[in-house]
Design a protein around this ligand. Structure first.
Ligand SMILES: Nc1ncnc2c1ncn2[C@@H]1O[C@H](COP(=O)(O)OP(=O)(O)OP(=O)(O)O)[C@@H](O)[C@H]1O
Length: 254
């Protein structure tokens, strides 16, 4: 399949010398300690590392949910580090998609109404065909009228994915997207993420603790103590990917 997205920019997200310091009482915690990295347009990156290594902080800063203490962050070529909150909110709404471990669907709304929400927030009239296409793309064409309580966990996460992608964001950020799912359902959601990358060149950054989940990506970035400790490019033909990733995690946690 060929990419349908405008891939004119080679780098979808770039961090330059990003530091993030949290203050806890008199203590300063360096959550990110000079991270410089680019994420290629149309690529699927997994971010791994021991607990407290800075994974969520990296994702939150790159997605404009949190501000770095210093350094620059570019999303689709725009420097978001200096943006005021109003512009960052607009950027998150229009150009960034999120999925989290908790599906965060609105319980009283149907799947289709949940998927429509970002369009409504952007002041756009929801086109029914567009919403139907988004649900069909995640395999839920027949479930548009169902409420979250009438859907399985995997189906709810797929609705969340359709909702994240309805605005055709430059980047999809996923924080432990399969953390609440059983093994089989996790694999289905990961295969879907992979398909979206392959068919639509959807740039995707995913934080995960699971080596099998990470093995669906093109590349794994390992963090330790707020720094990039390693980068592993993955060959889809190599069946030992999960084992290699797990071995590297064990080394970092030692
Ligand atoms: N809001 C905050 N206030 C103070 N310290 C924080 C805050 N958020 C994160 N930290 C600290 O920053 C460091 C990095 O945290 P972060 O959540 O990014 O790590 P992580 O790799 O995602 O961890 P985990 O795998 O446990 O979720 C940790 O030492 C954490 O305690």
């Amino acid at each position: 399949m060929t990419a349908t997205r405008d891939s004119s920019l080679a780098t979808a997200v770039e961090l330059r010398a990003v530091h993030k310091v949290y203050h806890r009482g008199t203590q300063a915690v360096q959550a990110l300690d000079g991270v410089s990295i680019g994420f290629a347009t149309g690529s699927f990156t997994a971010i791994m590392g021991p607990s407290g290594s800075g994974k969520s902080t990296l994702l939150q800063c790159a997605a404009g949910l949190d501000e770095p203490t210093s350094g620059q962050i570019f999303v689709a070529g725009d420097d978001i580090s200096g943006m005021d909150e109003r512009r960052r909110t607009a950027l998150r709404r229009d150009r960034i998609g999120f999925v989290f471990q908790a599906f965060n669907l609105v319980a009283s709304l149907t799947a289709a109404q949940n998927v429509e929400l970002p369009l409504r927030f952007a002041g756009r009239r929801a086109d029914r065909a567009e919403v139907a296409r988004a649900l069909a793309a995640v395999g839920l064409g027949e479930r548009a009228g169902h409420r979250p309580s009438e859907l399985s966990g995997g189906q709810q996460q797929r609705v969340a994915l359709a909702r994240a992608l309805i605005t055709r964001p430059d980047v999809l950020f996923a924080d432990e997207p399969t953390g609440a799912l059983d093994t089989k359902t996790s694999r289905e959601v990961l295969a879907l993420l992979r398909l979206l990358v392959d068919q639509q060149a959807q740039t995707t950054l995913m934080v995960t603790h699971d080596p099998v989940a990470a093995s669906y990506a093109d590349v794994v970035i390992f963090l330790k103590d707020g720094r990039i400790a390693d980068r592993m490019a993955l060959d889809p033909a190599d069946a030992s990917r999960p084992a290699r990733i797990a071995a590297q995690m064990a080394r970092l946690e030692a």
